[in-house]
Design a protein around this ligand. Structure first.
Ligand code: ARG
Length: 465
């Protein structure tokens, strides 16, 4: 019998029960549900709303049920509607009448909202820790490649030479902003909805602030209608997961490209690659591809929950039960993708071999020549034109810029120094950069040192201290 059955003349139809049961999804909230119930019961005793002896029996009963669930002894019977119902009914089975006091001054509406916030606190911590692992793998690769010069791209066309570490550090910055976003979201997550009851509050003398404090919240969600009827922090969490996955999918895409024969820029460890059932020679970057693919899943989770919540009248509506599949899927997908990425990147063998030779032919130091001419006092647009014509000449003649004779060079501008052109290598190109945050080895070293110091300090918990 459901918890609410006494006013009904018939049990819920089998098909309706199966349609509405959420056990399969919300069973994973059992720890949060028990933690929340224990805090609630302690408050009820303290406020003299229920007898202390009953409170003690409930607390013991709840711990016993936690063990029963953890060991698989308590069957997650889908007919019990949801995790809150299973636990409460089991409590009454175990300790009898005293168990019936647990739900005093509480509704499943504030209970589920509480469970989700407790779950989110744990999950934000886990996803941020996964981001940190990936950042550390990226940093180690960057340290190995502080002296590796590779082509940098715009429009996926060779643009200017860069230090490989500089490229990898760009991802560290992106993921750092994701951690910041999670941290910001955590501030809004960390408020307790408990005590809102169904939505209007209660006539019993509860102490919402005390329960909130005992569960480590920064305070309560004041308006009881708001407390049970919004899921905006879940949406916020999933949207930060979606942004993080967007960043991860860009890294994944680059890894896929680097591992092609055409790029030949990276070698993937066998433990993170897969073969073909038909073509025996194949080695495929499936993990990176799945990260790209799973990004689509997380975007879907975000749209799903936004759509569930759209246009719902206040306060609680059963539609909101559909929040959990999206929430759990986004959290699991983001966390696991990041953890696999951390290992994949740690085992990647990156190489910049052959780049110097190739870059002589791709004119990717043309911008350095423009800036050289600008330093001689020529307006930028004019310098751009001069070098553009120089490049066009080289392309037409099938020549590299450093192979031009002094006479040929002088024809384009008296400000062009043939000796400078001949000496211009990718290594010199990056060394000539001087702006803050640029690809000059000095700037990259500075960024590396800063990241190393920063990430060394960041052991342990990332969000909730
Ligand atoms: N399983 C429900 C959910 O996830 C719990 C709240 C049920 N409340 C209600 N009034 N039926 O939303």
């Amino acid at each position: 019998m459901p918890l609410w059955n006494s006013r009904f003349r018939k049990p819920l139809a089998e098909r309706a029960l199966r349609f509405s049961s959420s056990i399969e999804t919300d069973k994973r909230l059992y720890n949060e549900d028990i933690d929340g119930s224990k805090a609630h019961v302690r408050m009820l005793v303290k406020q003299r709303i229920i007898p202390a002896a009953d409170g003690r029996a409930i607390l013991r009963g709840l711990e016993a049920i936690r063990r029963e669930i953890a060991s698989g002894k308590l069957k997650m019977d889908w007919r019990k509607e949801d995790i809150h119902t299973i636990i409460e009914e089991r409590l009454v089975e175990r300790i009898g009448e005293r168990g019936k006091r647990l739900h005093t001054a509480r509704s499943r509406n504030d209970q589920v909202a509480l469970d989700e916030r407790l779950y989110l606190r744990k999950e934000i911590e886990a996803v941020c820790a996964a981001i940190r692992s990936l950042q550390k793998s990226l940093l180690r690769q960057a340290e190995k490649h502080a002296g590796t010069i590779v082509p940098g791209y715009t429009h996926l066309q060779r643009a200017q030479p860069i230090v490989l570490a500089h490229h990898l550090l760009a991802y560290l910055s992106m993921f750092e902003r994701d951690v910041e976003r999670f941290r910001d979201c955590a501030r809004r997550v960390n408020r307790s909805p408990l005590g809102a009851a169904a939505f209007a509050g209660t006539s019993l003398p509860i102490d919402r602030q005390a329960v909130a404090r005992s569960l480590g919240f920064d305070g309560i969600i004041e308006n009881s209608i708001d407390a049970v009827s919004d899921r905006d922090v879940l949406i916020e969490f999933i949207s930060v997961c979606a942004i993080t996955m967007m960043h991860l999918s860009r890294l994944a895409e680059e890894i896929v490209l680097w591992c092609t024969t055409e790029f030949g820029a990276a070698h993937m460890d066998d433990a993170y690659a897969t073969g073909s059932s038909l073509m025996p020679q194949k080695k495929n970057p499936d993990m990176a591809e799945l990260m790209r693919g799973k990004t689509g899943r997380v975007y879907g989770d975000l749209v799903a929950l936004l759509t569930v919540m759209k246009a719902l009248p206040l306060a609680y509506n059963r539609d909101m039960q559909e929040d959990k599949p999206a929430l759990f899927d986004a959290a699991d997908t983001a966390r696991e993708s990041l953890l696999v990425a951390a290992e994949l990147v740690a085992h990647l063998r990156l190489n910049g071999r052959g780049v110097e030779a190739k870059q002589a032919e791709d004119y990717s130091h043309a911008t350095d020549i423009v800036e050289y001419v600008v330093q001689k006092g020529v307006p930028f647009r004019t310098a751009h034109r001069i070098v553009g014509m120089l490049v066009a000449y080289c392309i037409a003649k099938g020549r590299s810029i450093n192979s031009l004779s002094a006479r040929e060079v002088r024809r384009f501008s008296r400000h062009l120094d043939p000796a400078f052109l001949a000496s211009l290598t990718p290594a010199l190109s990056v060394r000539r950069k001087q702006s803050a945050g640029s690809t000059s080895p000095r700037e990259v070293q500075r960024q590396l040192r800063r990241w190393k110091r920063y990430l060394q300090k960041k052991g342990g918990r990332q969000v909730f201290s």
